[in-house]
Design a protein around this ligand. Structure first.
Ligand SMILES: [Zn+2]
Length: 373
């Protein structure tokens, strides 16, 4: 009776060092290609029904965000739909997962995975609704299509992009809820917004990194959210293609959706650090934040990143680049890997369903400010 561990699938990541002793299974997370970043893991354990497992990730202490392992619980699923949290501890060096599978096939992941197959389902489902079109902006380094949905006939353009950092799978769960709401013919807010706005939506900015099981980079090892000032087709075609499309269809609002490894809250980072940040941009951000808090009990403004000092904003990040380039309201949304500490869920932590609900609720916040943009 041997326990088998494998990650050779869409969005998988683990290396097996030694799986002979179920009470001391030794694992390592593989680095992103051409990069030192790693933290995303997603693997299957087979043949361990009713066997108590102690899975040790040996190189957790060297991961990109060590603080991400504190008070963290691993996601586990047997049916690949419902992801539950299982007991996990961090020694400072090693991450230890303790769980007894009830079935002969069980999956463990850093967060509920959002595979490229599910991405295809998201696109297909969106296109089944009236008034939704797909543009392929070009191809990635691994030859995957950069999918961009267009929804709505309005004069104003809103860009929404997600998952520049592919290990932040919560960003595409968010997209699923956002797109579902926006395409709902029975939803009054969505109907009104589609009249006022042309939405350009990139549900997955980093298909190669997503498939490869990367945390933070594309196939060339580029951190896409540090490429927006000088992207190149050799290193960061994803950003070149999307930024060119934005130049041709300039946003009044640009939202870039992410996840944060350490902070157990949903929050927004603005573009206050860019040179020439305007009062109008500040007022629009304040109005959006107020509306977002009203729209979602899971969104808050108490905890987040420290504000960037005036003029110190990094122009290689999407939010700063787009705020400066288009003089628009540009924001980065961060969601937790762990849980929302203000409304914890012991069983699931922050989950795909809650991401989708937050995505859906975001449309109310956009509706509240669209006329002033
Ligand atoms: Zn990110």
């Amino acid at each position: 009776m041997t326990v088998s561990i494998n990650a050779a699938f869409d969005s998988g990541n683990i290396e097996v060092v030694d799986a002979t002793d179920p009470q001391n299974i030794r694992l390592r997370i593989r680095q992103d290609a051409h990069s030192d970043f790693y933290q995303w893991f997603h693997f299957r354990v087979a043949g361990a029904k009713n066997i108590p497992l102690r899975l040790v990730i040996e190189n957790a202490g060297g991961a990109a965000f060590k603080g991400g392992w504190e008070d963290y619980k691993t996601c586990m699923s047997e049916d690949r739909e419902d992801w539950l949290r299982v007991p996990t501890s961090f020694s400072g060096d090693e991450l230890v997962i303790e769980h007894t599978p009830a079935l002969d096939s069980v999956y463990y992941a850093y967060f509920a995975p959002y595979t490229m197959e599910r991405h295809r389902d998201l696109i297909a489902d969106a296109l089944s609704h009236d008034g939704v079109s797909l543009s392929v902006l070009g191809q990635t380094l691994d030859g995957r299509d950069m999918d961009c949905l267009s929804i709505g006939e309005g004069d104003k353009t809103v860009w929404v992009i997600a998952r520049q950092h592919p290990g932040e799978s919560m960003a595409e769960w968010w997209m699923e809820g956002f797109v579902a709401r926006l395409t709902d013919p029975e939803d009054d807010v969505a109907v009104e917004m589609r009249k006022k706005v042309r939405f350009r939506i990139v549900p997955n900015m980093n298909p190669d990194g997503s498939f490869r099981g990367h945390l933070r980079t594309n196939a060339a090892g580029a951190n896409l959210n540090r490429e927006w000032d000088t992207p190149t087709m050799d290193n960061s075609p994803e950003v070149v293609l999307v930024r060119d499309a934005m130049d041709a269809d300039k946003p009044v609002l640009c939202l870039d959706v992410h996840g944060d490894e350490a902070l157990p809250y949903n929050f927004i980072a603005g573009a206050e650090g860019i040179p020439g940040y305007t009062q109008k941009q500040a007022d629009n951000l304040a109005a959006f934040l107020t509306a977002y808090k009203a729209a979602s009990a899971d969104f808050q403004t108490e905890v987040g990143y420290p504000e960037t000092a005036p003029g110190k904003g990094n122009p290689s990040m999407c939010t700063n680049q787009t705020a400066a380039r288009y003089n628009c309201l540009a924001m980065t949304l961060e969601m937790p890997f762990k849980d929302n500490a203000n409304a914890p869920d012991e069983a699931r932590g922050w989950s795909g369903d809650r991401c989708a609900q937050l995505g859906s609720d975001t449309l109310d916040a956009m509706a509240a400010v669209i006329d002033q943009l």
